[in-house]
Design a protein around this ligand. Structure first.
Ligand code: ATP
Length: 383
C-alpha cells in the first residue's frame, strides 16, 4: 500500500500545489487522481517517485518512508508512463521497452525476449520491434510507453495523463487494454487524468482534487456518482450523473420474458400463441436464435415479412442496467432485447421493468451503504 500522509507541496514562489493531502492507495488496484488543471495531480504523482520532494508530510510504501530508500531502487519499483509516451527517439521500439531491464544488467537477448512478450501484452504487433518511435502512431507509442513501464515487472505503475493526446476511439482502446492488463497483472496503479469519464471507467478508487491541491472527495466511482461530497464534485461530475451511475448495476437479475420471441419460420398459430397483451410486436430470430428484428405480430401472422431493426441488444449479466435501459430507449417498440454471450436472444424487457430494476438496485445500494456506515458489514460499497 502507498500511504500519502498529510503531504503538502509549496513552491518557492508561494504556490501551494498540494495541501495536506492524505490518501491510502490500495494494493493491486487503480487509484485515479482527477481534477481541473493546476489542482496538483502531477505534483502528487511525482512526489510518489521522489521526482518532487514534499514540503510537509510523508509518503509510505508498504509501511516504509520512501525517503529511507535509495531513489534509484525506488524508481525502478515504479513504472512511469507520461503523455506522448516520452520514448527515446533514437532507439528502436524493442530497445525502448528493454531500457530498464538493460539498466538492471539483463543480457541483451533476455531483454529483447521480454520486450517482444510485452509488445504482445499491450496489443502491439511484434513486427514493429525494429521501428523507431516516429514510425508509430500516437496510440502505438502510448502502448510502447506502457510496455516500457512494465518491463522490469515493477509492483507500482504511475501514469500521468497517458492517454490524453490520442483521439477518443484510440483512447477507449488504450483504456480497455489497461483494464485487461490490470486484470492479469494486478499492479498498484496511480493514474492521473483531468477526464472524469476516464476516472470513472478506470478507477477502483477516485480522488477528486480541487484547486489549491485540496482533496474534495476520495471514494469508489459508484459512490462519487451516487453521493458527491459537495457542489464542486457534483459540478465536476457533470450532467447525466444518474444515468452514468447505472453502469455500476448489473443486468443479471433483470426480469425478462421470452414469450414474444419467434423463429423466422414460425407458423401463424405459433406467432399468435406467443404474442403478449402488453405489446403488438414479436421478436423474430434466425434459426440459431439470433435476433433479426421486431415484427408486427398480427401482420406477420397474416404472412407479412416486414421487420423493424431491433437496435442494440444487451448481454444479460455482462452488461449493466445502463446498457439495458439504452437498449429499451433506442428500441422502436420500447422493449430491450437481451442476448447471451453467443448473441442468442434470451428474452425481452419493457422500459417499466428496467425502471423497476433500477429502483430495486438503488434501494439495495442504499441498504448496503447503511450497513457499511453502521459497521455491521465488511463489504465494499462498489457497484
Ligand atoms: N516549479 C513550480 N513552481 C511554481 N509553481 C508550480 C511549479 N510546478 C507546478 N506549479 C504550480 O502548482 C500547481 C499544481 O501543478 P500540477 O502540475 O501539479 O497540476 P495538475 O493538476 O497536474 O495540472 P494539469 O492538469 O494542468 O497538468 C499549479 O498551480 C502549477 O502552476
Amino acid at each position: 500500500m502507498i500511504l500519502i500522509d498529510a503531504v503538502s507541496k509549496r513552491y518557492p514562489d508561494g504556490t501551494t500545489a498540494v495541501d495536506r493531502l492524505t490518501l491510502e492507495v490500495p494494493d493491486r488496484s487503480i487509484t485515479v487522481l482527477v481534477g481541473p488543471s493546476g489542482c496538483g495531480k502531477t505534483t502528487t504523482l511525482r512526489m510518489v517517485n521522489r521526482m518532487i520532494e514534499p514540503t510537509d508530510g510523508r509518503i509510505l510504501l508498504d509501511g516504509r518512508d520512501i525517503r529511507d530508500r535509495p531513489v534509484n531502487s525506488l524508481r525502478r519499483s515504479m513504472g512511469y508512463v507520461i503523455q506522448h509516451a516520452g520514448l527515446f527517439p533514437h532507439r528502436t521500439i524493442a530497445d525502448n521497452i528493454a531500457t530498464v531491464p538493460r539498466l538492471l544488467g539483463w543480457e541483451r537477448r533476455q531483454a529483447r525476449t521480454r520486450a517482444l512478450e510485452l509488445m504482445e501484452r499491450v496489443g502491439l504487433d511484434p513486427a514493429l520491434a525494429k521501428r523507431y518511435p516516429y514510425q508509430l502512431s500516437g496510440g502505438q507509442q502510448q502502448r510502447v510507453g506502457v510496455a516500457r513501464a512494465l518491463a522490469a515487472d515493477p509492483p507500482v505503475l504511475l501514469m500521468d495523463e497517458p492517454f490524453s493526446a490520442v483521439d477518443p476511439v484510440v483512447r477507449k482502446g488504450l483504456q480497455d487494454e489497461l483494464l485487461r492488463i490490470q486484470a492479469d497483472l494486478g499492479k498498484t496503479i496511480v493514474f492521473v487524468t483531468h477526464d472524469i469519464d476516464e476516472a470513472i471507467k478506470l478507477g477502483d478508487m477516485v480522488a477528486v482534487l480541487r484547486e489549491g491541491g485540496k482533496l474534495a472527495q476520495y471514494a469508489p466511482p459508484s459512490t462519487l456518482l451516487s453521493a458527491p461530497a459537495d457542489e464542486f464534485v457534483e459540478d465536476f461530475l457533470g450532467v447525466d450523473r444518474g444515468i452514468r451511475h447505472l453502469s455500476f448495476f448489473t443486468s443479471a437479475g433483470l426480469e425478462l420474458t421470452a414469450r414474444p420471441i419467434v423463429a423466422l419460420d414460425s407458423t401463424a398459430e405459433q406467432i399468435r400463441a406467443r404474442t403478449i397483451p402488453q405489446s403488438a410486436y414479436v421478436l423474430v430470430t434466425d434459426t440459431d436464435g439470433r435476433p433479426l428484428g421486431w415484427a408486427h405480430a398480427a401482420s406477420r401472422a397474416e404472412g407479412g415479412d416486414e421487420l423493424v431493426p431491433h437496435g442494440h441488444a444487451f448481454v444479460l449479466g455482462r452488461d449493466s442496467l445502463r446498457s439495458a435501459l439504452d437498449s429499451a430507449v433506442l428500441s422502436p417498440t420500447g422493449w430491450a432485447v437481451a442476448v447471451d454471450s453467443e448473441g442468442r436472444a434470451v428474452g425481452v424487457a419493457a422500459q417499466e421493468t428496467i425502471a423497476a430494476a433500477i429502483r430495486a438496485a438503488h434501494a439495495e445500494q442504499g441498504t448496503a451503504a447503511t450497513r457499511v456506515a453502521a459497521g455491521s458489514s465488511g463489504e465494499g460499497a462498489r457497484g
